[in-house]
Design a protein around this ligand. Structure first.
Ligand SMILES: Nc1ncnc2c1ncn2[C@@H]1O[C@H](COP(=O)(O)OP(=O)(O)OP(=O)(O)O)[C@@H](O)[C@H]1O
Ligand SMILES: [Mg+2]
Length: 267
């Protein structure tokens, strides 16, 4: 039986590193022997594309699962090379937002489909779109073990986090009282600039021990890997971005009291 952790990666701000974190953290958790499922609930289907799958070839995926047209296990793709599985998104998912409005338990759909299968996995990571709409609401309600919030180390990094916190509080008082923040991840950190250091300390001031020690550096390799359809663990395991996501995976496992196996690490 798996650990069954479900984490949702969320920030309604676009381009902060949600998808990059989902696939690379996911792949390194897999590298450390964890059974990992990535759930793509973004109609942009970036997590799906970043893993080398043409989103236009996806017939069902998350969309069919959310509207109840297909059982989830029939829609999951397995990639042993990347050490993870994926519930892929297709552009059709944009329509789910509209269809879900009509449905009963519209905020609970993802939770209802993930809960029965969670123990097949150690980690389920849900990659949200950059909005606070119905799909993200489903991501929040499904996050049984909390939220992972990537924050880009740029000017106005904290902008918008107030709105996210408000949404989290609303979900707590209506649908899911135990919703919590598992951790804040500083992304695209550029150690050469004072700005990045200032932003990092500002975020640490605001979120304190919730901020992961590991910071993800700005790395060209991380930006390139998706165009090859690979996670960084396979594309360039020796790069700074790879080291960072490997460290993040270890840090999360340690937080979860999972023993990190000793594996020979790429240089
Ligand atoms: N640490 C990094 N260093 C360099 N480039 C990065 C890094 N992290 C992400 N990127 C690049 O920045 C862009 C945005 O990243 P990503 O897609 O992960 O963000 P996102 O929050 O998922 O975006 P969206 O809100 O559109 O879903 C991508 O082109 C990605 O390759
Ligand atoms: Mg994304």
């Amino acid at each position: 039986m798996g650990l069954g952790k479900i984490y949702t990666i969320v920030n309604q701000k676009g381009g902060v590193g949600k998808t990059t974190t989902a696939i690379n953290l996911g792949s390194y958790l897999g590298f450390y022997g964890q059974r990992v499922l990535i759930v793509d609930i973004d109609p942009q289907a970036n997590a799906t594309s970043c893993l080398g799958i043409d989103k236009n070839t996806i017939q069902g995926g998350t969309y069919d699962v959310l509207i109840g047209a297909q059982p989830i296990l029939t829609q999951i793709l397995h990639n042993p090379r990347f050490k993870l599985s994926l519930l892929p998104a297709s552009p059709a998912l944009a329509g789910a937002e509209i269809e879900l409005i009509e449905m009963e338990n519209r905020g609970n759909r993802l939770h209802q489909v993930l809960d029965p299968i969670r123990n097949r996995y150690d980690y389920i990571l849900v990659d949200c779109p950059p909005s606070l709409g119905l799909l993200t609401l489903n991501g929040l309600v499904a996050a049984q073990d909390g939220l992972l919030i990537p924050v880009q180390c740029e000017y106005l990094a904290l902008e918008g986090l107030g709105q996210l916190t408000q949404t989290i509080n609303r979900v707590k008082s209506s649908l899911f009282p135990n919703l919590s923040i598992r951790g804040v991840i500083l992304t695209m950190y550029d150690g050469r600039t004072n700005l990045a250091a200032d932003v990092a300390s500002e975020v640490r001031g605001a979120f304190d021990s919730l901020v992961f020690e590991t910071m993800i550096p700005r790395s060209i390799r991380l930006a390139e890997a998706p165009s090859y359809g690979m996670p960084i663990s396979v594309f360039e395991p020796g790069s700074s971005g790879a080291r960072a996501y490997r460290a993040l995976a270890k840090e999360l496992m340690a937080k979860d009291n999972v023993q990190v196996p000793i594996i020979q690490e790429a240089m």
